[in-house]
Design a protein around this ligand. Structure first.
Ligand code: PBG
Length: 329
């Protein structure tokens, strides 16, 4: 009988070379997408308080940062903008010379091989901080979708390699696909934030992006944390509307959703290891309560093991360096 004592699983755990041979999930820098926050000015590199190691970067500095990431084997960045001003309609999101549009042009001309993805949303650009158009106290879905599609198109015109809508309005993936196709950008893929939860783990990002809602919260459009079946419906709709890559967000508190999505769908699957997940590990490491290298590589491995092909993570550069130096030894 194949049981103890003839079977001993410890045999293959004997030493590091042996463990490497039978490791089922192996991280690589090519799994990572590195988020960057772009701000107006020149030579600006301002650290985000709740996200040590992350910076508000002017376009020139963002290009340098992306070049460094590329040098570490990270193929892609995702850009978030901090516009010089905000208004009710989030017009900075779809301005021809908006901050993200400028950054895309600069990055694609300096680093043509870099995959430049843009986050498509209005929340960083609206004075009320919501991800869509506010009518009374409500977020008007269909008017928001129009502006979101317009934003995606302006990113594509600037040269973005991929657009990633994160607003969670109904129907936005289809609207973006239709407008890209109509305007000659049928080659630009859409990475849909398909199952995005209303999460407390976005706290540090909202400080970084100055995008906290000025009234109410995002529970009217982002998903309820208790729902798993609904996540599959959200993903299904985005697949039907033409998403090329689907995303689950946040990552670590939602590994079950990742695993379910992996089982059901054959599309590439991304996970967003969000700002709060990052901040927790950074804070514990700064206190000396946790070994940062081991904890980060373990967390990222877990996200991939649960089913993610791609991980959006602020740890990308550190993790790529640690992987080059031997990884989880
Ligand atoms: C906004 C957006 C958010 C994040 C990515 N895009 C925040 C939100 O929905 O409030 C979160 C990223 C993070 O926390 O790291 N459209």
């Amino acid at each position: 009988m194949a049981v103890f004592p003839s079977v001993r699983l410890r045999r293959l755990r004997k030493n590091d070379p042996m463990r490497r041979m039978v490791r089922e999930t192996v991280l690589a820098p090519s799994d990572f997408i590195y988020p960057l926050f772009v701000t107006p000015g020149r030579g600006v590199r301002r650290e985000v308080s709740a996200m040590p190691g992350c910076f508000h970067l002017s376009v020139d500095q963002a290009v340098k940062e992306a070049e460094e990431a590329l040098g570490l084997g990270i193929p892609a960045v995702i850009l978030f903008g901090l516009p010089p001003g905000k208004d009710a309609m989030g017009s900075g999101a779809y301005a021809e010379d908006g901050i993200v549009q400028q950054a895309v042009r600069a990055m694609k001309s300096a680093l043509p091989e870099l995959v430049v993805i843009t986050d498509v949303c209005l929340c960083e650009y609206t004075d009320h901080g919501h991800c869509g158009v506010v009518v009374g106290e409500e977020i008007d879905n269909d008017r928001s979708v129009g502006l979101i599609a317009r934003t995606a198109l302006s990113h594509a015109r600037a040269g973005a390699d991929m657009v990633a809508p994160s607003d969670m309005m109904d129907g936005r993936v289809g609207a973006i696909r239709a407008s890209l196709d109509k305007e000659g950008f049928s080659h630009v893929p859409v990475m849909a934030y398909a199952a995005k939860y209303a999460s407390a783990f976005y706290g540090p990002f909202r400080v970084a992006a100055e995008s906290a809602p000025q009234f109410g919260d995002r529970r009217g459009y982002q998903m309820d944390p208790g729902n798993a079946r609904e996540a599959l419906r959200e993903i299904e709709l985005d697949v039907q509307e033409g998403a090329d890559i689907i995303m689950v967000k946040p990552a670590l508190p939602y590994l079950d959703i990742l695993a379910k999505a992996r089982q059901r769908y054959d599309l590439p699957l991304a996970a967003y290891n969000v700002s709060g997940e990052y901040a927790m590990l950074k804070a514990a490491a700064a206190q000396g309560w946790i070994d940062e290298r081991r904890a980060v590589l373990e967390a990222l491995t877990a996200i991939k093991r649960a089913g993610a092909d791609l991980v959006l993570t602020y740890h990308a550069k550190d993790a790529a360096r640690w992987l080059a130096a031997g990884g989880l030894t």
